[in-house]
Design a protein around this ligand. Structure first.
Ligand SMILES: Nc1nc2c(c(=O)[nH]1)N[C@H]1C(S)=C(S)[C@@H](COP(=O)(O)OP(=O)(O)OC[C@H]3O[C@@H](n4cnc5c(N)ncnc54)[C@H](O)[C@@H]3O)O[C@H]1N2
Ligand code: MOO
Ligand code: MG
Length: 581
């Protein structure tokens, strides 16, 4: 198991698997994470029938003389059974063990390979799935004296966290949307071709007179008028002109338009209301001068927008689609995001009256719902869940049926009431892809997927308000962007080099320092820290439009403890740039 795990992660060197035999039972210990348990079990499962037979007293001579099938039958094991299901039934047979402790798969020689153990013989039968999910609170939280005194989750880098998120998200799904104001922010899932040419008719670019460009300078009768309105227009012959407005169709036969500024009135009706003859002053007209030819902006059938194009708030894409008669498009679905606060101390921000001792107003949920909405995603308010496994379980189960992505805040660090990780793993059979990131703020940021459809992502962000908000922008937003069809580096927020206007102290962890960036008079981007950066201080995000990516103290190597004033640092842009006033 160690050898197989080491091929997957160097952290395998930290695991302490134990295997043994008691009476006729082979006992193997697996890691607590479902992923690790599965990988470990897969690496040995083919050998288990053999091990079981041996534990049951089979002797090697019989085995090697072809009696293996017979012995398997006697021992109730089969190398050809559905081992996948089999693994699962055992993996879940570990209720009552604190989440990150070692799960034990005990495989009895008398029952190996069967989905239904018959109890007795020292083995406890695997509970059906529904029962297993029904943990009592102390089963999931463990007793406080038995909790971990150091985190079992390896500390990974921000880059590794991004990689793990990106590679464990489900693929985007495709839906049909009508072309309207709600299309902004969607990404096209297929090329779009023009159903109509633009312009659909030969149109004048100016207000003036439609002419035959070969006619030249001289006085001509005005035989017709073409306004920008639908309808039939009589053809124009040599020696005639037609008054025309910008955007109006050219009369058949006309080959150019002369601007009104390049003409003079020669003869009008007696009442002075109408033009009868006009002198054309412009010479050397070119064919199609001041004329937009059919399809000269967009040709019929031309690809107007490619798969992967984003419909932006600038409006150009909506306009382009509208102009060529596209009423519906295939786009990637935008994920619906559920936002949940957790914690016995957390109360609704608008709850009337003052706070009792220990109560805290919920600032995370309003913050995150506002940010999700402003980024163009629909949110579902999942409320506040108490720090009880039962409550968390119910709220998350309900959310799973409603939303594509769940964001929770609080309950992911080392406290005995920090129940999110065990709930995700144990109750929902989720995989925690990471549970600690080397960064400030946001160290206990957790990302998991729950095995529903192609994997339902759940971001469990730290409870501290600045930590929750920073990690939302840094991790959740790129994930939402990937789910709605952005690819590669385009999932991330834009980065720019900015000059710091004051010295900034460095932290032992790589820091995402909240700052306001302005464009100064010379066009430079200048950053000012928002002040105190403690993780509890949501005010550190007030007026912030950037996260300065500061190296950890240890990373700078030399004796620098600060970023000096005037130095340039990388900044992630989380809000709109401001102009210095
Ligand atoms: N022994 C250790 N303790 C802590 C560690 C550690 O490594 N070892 N990490 C610290 C870090 S870093 C962070 S960040 C926090 C994260 O804690 P949790 O995610 O478990 O969050 P809670 O304990 O539930 O709450 C932390 C803090 O935030 C307040 N909070 C929670 N939810 C909200 C909300 N919706 N609105 C406003 N404020 C909220 C809560 O009352 C706490 O004050 O853990 C450190 N501890
Ligand atoms: O990482 Mo925690 O987010 O310092 O506050
Ligand atoms: Mg905590």
């Amino acid at each position: 198991m160690l050898a197989a795990s080491l091929k997957i992660t160097p952290f395998a060197m930290m695991s302490r698997p134990v295997a043994g035999v008691r009476n006729e039972t082979v006992i193997i210990t697996l890691p607590g994470s479902p992923k690790g348990a599965k990988e470990n079990l897969e690496s040995i499962i083919k050998l288990l029938p053999h091990a079981c037979i041996q534990a049951a007293g089979g002797d090697s001579r019989t085995l090697h003389s072809g009696g293996i099938r017979k012995l398997e039958k006697e021992a109730g094991v089969s190398t050809s059974s559905n081992q996948h299901d089999h693994q699962h039934s055992h993996l879940h047979d570990s209720g009552g063990i604190a989440s990150d402790e070692v799960a034990t798969a005990s495989i009895g020689a008398s029952g190996c390979g069967h989905h239904h153990h018959h109890g007795g013989g020292g083995h406890h039968a695997p509970k059906p799935r529904t029962q297993q999910q029904d943990f009592k609170s102390n089963e999931i939280s463990g007793t406080v004296t038995r909790r971990h005194r150091s985190s079992p989750y390896p500390m990974i880098s921000v880059a590794q966290a991004h990689e793990l998120i990106s590679s464990n998200l489900p693929p985007p799904t495709i839906v049909t949307k009508t072309v309207d104001t709600d299309l902004v922010g969607y990404i096209l899932a297929a090329d779009v071709t023009a159903q109509e040419a633009v312009p659909a008719f030969r149109a004048s670019i100016v207000d003036g007179y439609a002419v035959l460009h070969t006619d030249g300078v001289g006085i001509y009768p005005v035989v017709a008028v073409s306004h920008a309105s639908p309808g039939e227009i009589a053809p124009l012959k040599a020696g005639e002109i037609a008054r025309i407005t910008t955007g109006a169709p050219l009369p058949p036969g006309a080959t150019a338009v002369v601007m009104v500024e390049d003409t003079r009135i020669s003869k009008a009706t007696e009442d002075g209301e109408e033009e009868l003859e006009i002198e054309i002053l412009a010479s050397g007209l070119e064919e199609m001068e001041n004329v937009r030819e059919v399809g000269s902006d967009v040709k019929l059938g031309e690809v107007v927008l490619r798969k992967g194009a984003e419909i932006t708030a600038v409006g150009g894409e909506v306009g382009l689609l509208a102009s060529v008669g596209i009423k519906e498009v295939r786009v990637y679905k935008k994920p619906v995001v559920g936002v949940l606060s957790t914690g016995d101390e957390v109360v609704n921000h608008d709850r009337p009256g003052g706070l009792s001792l220990g109560e805290v107003r919920d600032s995370n949920r309003p913050t995150l719902m506002a940010a999700v909405k402003a980024r163009g995603f629909e949110y579902v308010d999942l409320g506040i869940a108490k720090d009880q496994p039962g409550t968390l379980k119910d709220v998350i189960r309900e959310a799973l049926s409603k939303v594509d992505v769940i964001i929770t805040t609080g309950g992911v660090s080392m406290g005995e009431k920090d129940l999110l990780k065990p709930t995700i793993e144990r109750t929902f059979n989720g995989t925690i892809h990471f549970g600690r990131v080397a960064m400030k703020p946001g160290k206990p940021t957790t990302f998991a997927t729950i095995p529903i459809d192609q994997g339902r992502p759940i971001f469990s962000l730290p409870g501290n308000p600045a930590s929750a908000t920073v990690t939302f922008h840094l991790f959740v937003l790129p994930a939402l962007r990937q789910l709605k069809g952005h690819i590669g580096n385009d999932i991330h927020l834009p980065k720019a080099l900015v000059t710091v206007d004051r010295e900034i102290p460095l932290d032992p962890r790589p820091e995402f320092h909240r700052a306001t960036i302005k464009i100064d008079k010379s066009g430079e981007l200048v950053a000012r820290s928002t002040g105190g950066q403690r993780s509890s201080r949501i005010g550190s995000l007030e007026a912030a439009n950037a996260l300065l990516c500061l190296p950890a103290l240890t990373e700078v190597g030399d004796k620098r403890t600060h970023i000096p004033r005037g130095d340039k640092v990388e900044a992630l842009l989380i809000g709109e740039l401001k102009v210095d006033i």
